[in-house]
Design a protein around this ligand. Structure first.
Ligand SMILES: *Cc1c(COP(=O)(O)O)cnc(C)c1O
Length: 367
């Protein structure tokens, strides 16, 4: 029996590295509340992401949820339903109505031609997703936001370390949210970060992630608790040392998949514009059911029989979740629905062997 291959596998630094990094904590006994490692991790991330301002959090989701509060958004936010549950839930949990915009059929990012018709007098922001390590049409989104005086938050959970024309992805819009969850390209076990341009957003966020505490006797906000602890920061610091190598390995895997699966009838690969440097976070494949035995479900069961477990990621659309039944109409985002019904993300992690990639593609292409 072949060993099980999952869609992803967490990157681990050498254990000695991690032990060295956490050792000083036994002397300081300072385990959380913006400790030494927290500060060090922030500084290193700013450099790596080429962003002037960053705030670390327990996880990416709380980054999204608290950022929406820090920016005082309300009413309606335009977003996409082709994403992880977190994006939509963060909007709804703030009492705001998500207004779903369709996606582009090739890049799977928000279709910027369809944003303007969704803007109402209640719209306060646009929250697009840099999905699968791709980058949205940020110039067009900026133009629309300026015209209608809307804020922009990017869900950059998939796009750690990506660039557009050499500019770090965290520099677009008013703020961007990264996830350092164990399954992501870069992890701090759980964890997340928000990059932002306006220092006021940073001040608000700092209070929101620490109970609204401004100073010891001055609590001027009804804050939550979403601080990153020292053990998470240590994992982040260690993993960051190897991130370029990890991404290079992913690139080789990505290119191997492309070699086997591009120009195959019935198979569509994601379009990434040439001025984007991706992090190869996922390998999504869209199966067109017009080809016999090459529909998603058939491919999925063939792979599972061989102990290979891809994911129907993202299916269903968030607008089709049980908890939102009857609230949204998925026929209003037909492209998102089409893609969601046919997409499969293949195994992708830095330690995946190239001969396993060959084997996965053989199974997909076999009759
Ligand atoms: C992972 C993810 C999140 C949430 O991040 P966590 O760190 O797991 O809380 C948000 N949006 C997208 C698109 C994600 O994939």
């Amino acid at each position: 029996m072949n060993n099980r291959i999952n869609v992803t596998r967490s990157s681990m630094p050498p254990i000695e590295d991690y032990i060295e990094t956490i050792k000083p904590l036994w002397d300081s006994s300072w385990l959380t509340n913006m400790g030494v490692l927290h500060t060090q991790f922030e500084e290193r991330l700013k450099k790596y992401l080429q962003t002037p301002n960053i705030s670390l959090l327990t996880n990416g989701h709380l980054g999204l949820e608290l950022l929406i509060q820090a920016m005082h958004l309300s009413g309606e936010i335009i977003t996409t339903p082709f994403t992880f549950a977190s994006t939509t839930h963060a909007i709804v949990r703030n009492g705001i109505k998500p207004v779903f915009c369709d996606i582009d059929p090739y890049s799977y990012t928000i279709d910027t031609n369809k944003i303007e018709s969704l803007i109402t007098d209640k719209t306060t922001a646009i929250l697009p997703v840099h999905i699968y390590g791709n980058i949205c049409d940020v110039a067009k989104i900026e133009e629309i936001a300026q015209k209608y005086k809307l804020k922009i938050i990017y869900d950059a959970a998939h796009s750690f370390g990506t660039t557009l024309n050499g500019i770090g992805v965290g520099n677009f819009g008013d703020a961007s949210v990264f996830s350092f969850h164990a399954t992501k390209v870069f992890n701090s076990i759980e964890g997340g970060a928000v990059t932002y341009s306006d220092l006021k957003i940073g001040e608000e966020l700092y209070k929101l992630k620490n109970f609204g505490i401004k100073s010891q006797f001055d609590i001027d906000g009804v804050g939550s608790n979403a601080k990153m602890n020292e053990f998470q920061a240590a994992m982040g610091i260690c993993n960051l040392k190897y991130i370029n190598k990890e991404i290079a390995k992913r690139k080789a895997i990505y290119e191997r998949y492309v070699k086997h699966l591009s120009h195959i009838k019935g198979i569509q690969l994601m379009k990434i514009n040439k001025d984007i440097v991706t992090n190869y976070s996922y390998f999504p494949v869209l199966f067109n059911e017009n080809i016999l035995n090459r529909d998603r479900e058939t491919i999925c069961s063939k792979l599972e029989k061989e102990n290979i477990f891809p994911r129907r990621y993202f299916y269903p659309l968030t607008s089709d979740f049980e908890c939102y039944r009857g609230m949204f109409d998925t026929s209003k985002t037909p492209v998102a629905k089409y893609v969601s019904d046919r997409i499969l993300t293949l195994p992708m992690y830095s330690d995946l062997k190239l001969n396993d990639v060959d084997r996965i593609c053989d199974i997909i292409l076999s009759d």
